[in-house]
Design a protein around this ligand. Structure first.
Ligand code: 5GP
Ligand code: ZN
Length: 115
């Protein structure tokens, strides 16, 4: 989608530090990391939020879910532990309307991640 920041990152129109890429997914480092390791894992397809998922996305989302631990291993946080956060909608503070999974780790994270 033309005006979507993360679609532009997927299309390499905006540079990012890539941690993982395959045909369906992109993992890239958050520009304002909230932990020593902070990567965003996204479907390449433009899906605004969890609210927009349909049965047709089952294979994609299964693949995304299975990729989280693989990516955590690559990032060196699989054994030490990590947190996965998905914001959805206004009250959550979702800023970018392209579904993204925050993967955070590299230190003890405390009870909650807040700004
Ligand atoms: P949200 O609040 O929507 O769940 O998270 C959006 C995330 O995207 C934030 O953590 C923010 O730092 C990150 N972000 C915003 N713009 C950019 C960008 O241009 N590049 C990268 N790598 N991350 C971004
Ligand atoms: Zn998008």
């Amino acid at each position: 989608m033309e005006n979507c920041l993360f679609c532009r990152i997927v299309n390499k129109e905006i540079p990012s530090r890539i941690a993982y890429e395959d045909d369906l997914l992109l993992g890239f480092y958050d520009i304002e990391p909230k932990a020593p390791v902070h990567v965003l894992l996204i479907p390449k397809a433009h899906i605004e939020s969890l609210n927009d998922l349909a049965v047709d996305h089952s294979i994609l989302m299964g693949h995304l879910t299975l990729t989280i631990a693989e990516l955590a291993e690559k990032l060196g946080i699989k054994e030490s532990g990590y947190r996965v956060i998905v914001n959805c909608g206004e009250d959550s503070g979702q800023e970018v309307a392209h579904l993204h999974y925050h993967i955070l780790g590299g230190e003890k994270l405390g009870d909650i991640i807040a700004r």
